[in-house]
Design a protein around this ligand. Sequence first.
Ligand SMILES: Nc1nc2c(ncn2[C@@H]2O[C@H](COP(=O)(O)OP(=O)(O)OP(=O)(O)O)[C@@H](O)[C@H]2O)c(=O)[nH]1
Ligand SMILES: [Mg+2]
Length: 572
Amino acid sequence: MFGERYFANRERLSEVVSDIVALARETGVNATSRLNQNVLDQGLSTPFLFVVCGETNAGKSTLLNALFGEPVCKVNLLPETDRVICYKYGLARKDVQVTEDLLEKYAPINFLKDFNLVDTPGTNSLEKSHQAVSAGFMAGADLLLFVFPISNPWGAATWDFLCRQSEEVLEKVVFVIQQCDQREPADIRVILGHLRDLAMKRIGRVPPVFPISGKMAYEGKISMPFGEEKRRKSGIVELEDFISQSVCDSPSRQKMLQNLRVAAMDVMREVEDKIEDHSRRIDRDGRFLEDVEREIDGMRALTLHKHAQSLGGISEVFQHEAHEVAQKLEECMSIGKSLVRVVTGENTAFLMESLIQQRLHYSVEEASSHDFAELIRGCCNHWASLQNQVKQAMSINIESTEEIERRLKESQVRFVNRMGRASTQSIGNLRVRGVLDLSLRQRNGSLRGLMVLTILLLIGMGVCGALAVPWAPLILLVLAMISGGFLCWVTVQTGREIVSEYRERLLNSGDAFSTSLRHDYEEGLRLFFRDYALGLEEVRKHLVAEKLSLQPRLQQWSGLFLAIKAIEQEIT
Ligand SMILES: Nc1nc2c(ncn2[C@@H]2O[C@H](COP(=O)(O)OP(=O)(O)OP(=O)(O)O)[C@@H](O)[C@H]2O)c(=O)[nH]1
Ligand SMILES: [Mg+2]
């Protein structure tokens, strides 16, 4: 079809424009009305208008059929076209009698979407009313095909009609010398020479002239590909090339494409600004988030530093508890209790360890809980101000303070439990129980020996007394008393030593205990602040979503920019 390059450019441009409209809508630029209106105002999709004039039976209808390869117009030996006929695209074939002199014929023929054809009655039969209608079409036409029959291209009616046209109209005129198959090439050359002279004389210019045989061209076209030779011979190819060229070079259409391209480029610049704004906003939000994260990290470091004191406090608690437990051990070291245990068995070391574990577990939990209650209050205050900042900077709502408080309290419970467990384990790791147990067992061994000796002496005394051995009971009693006294002295003495050694050992383990808790304390704090920073998840998600949406837009923009640049090179 004619002007394929123009239609391809128009198609590409309208595709790019509709993509730009979609991208503009996504980025918040109002371009729909602007670009769509531009297309409508420009009438970019308005079909080209070809008007055919000439004398009756010149071959006008045959020419149109030959050009489009379809039997659009009726061809007849007798004068056929008795009014102006405009051929247009329609989904169904129908004729609309617009006025007495104008008939519109609609047909579902694709080329009619891009080309409207006007077939006029012979200039020699043109009535005044026809002339008015034809003049209307001629003013808006893209191309005026003046058809002369080769048998007589001098018909006064056509030339008179031509002379009445304005310069503007004449610029669009093309002479088509029809029915050339009826003359020899040499004759045709002579006739064309005369015709050019006449044109210069009558209208002051020589429009492009194309000698053709419409009949041959049409026959060739409908029997393609075998009719190619016939089509070439008919001379229509040159006319078609000329029409194609004039469609592609049509200044008004070029201007429309340019205007639309410029409008689209303006929108692209606005979209680019929006995308840049968006990108800057994302960078700014990213920096804001980093600042907040750094702030929270700073809070964690500060808290750790501040609560190192609390760990020192735990060390004091440990000292206090060590004294208390040593006191309890001292009570257990009384002569009576010690001797009972020699008989019943020893588990004092286990009891002491359990006691100190229990007391420290409670004390450590209490101290940690106290530290964290304060921390939660601080975090909630910080969160309340952060909420406002995020709202202002990014226009999004983050978790409520109540929600954060609930999460931090859960974290507190986990932390307190962790510290309690850690203190119990630390006591176990100090290994004071094993040493105490060993000392107590050694002591019990000694006591047991002395007890047996004392009892044996008492039994000996009883036996000797029963046998009435002189002096022996008395001597054995004295020995038993000495042994019993020694037993008591050993019990008290070793008890004191063991208690003092145990107290000493416990007190020396205070630092080791605090150090072993430090790791858990720090880890607990890290987890606590991690839980706190989880509240920023909404902000992170928002940023990720923004970044994800930006990337394809940037790519789309670049693609459209290249496409419109390529179109620019095609149409300028
Ligand atoms: N030999 C020959 N005859 C042609 C050619 N073109 C048209 N004719 C014949 O000329 C006659 C008139 O052709 P049309 O195409 O109807 O002419 P027209 O200018 O539309 O006529 P009106 O509509 O009546 O003004 C028909 O009999 C055609 O067959 C051609 O290239 N060669
Ligand atoms: Mg006709």
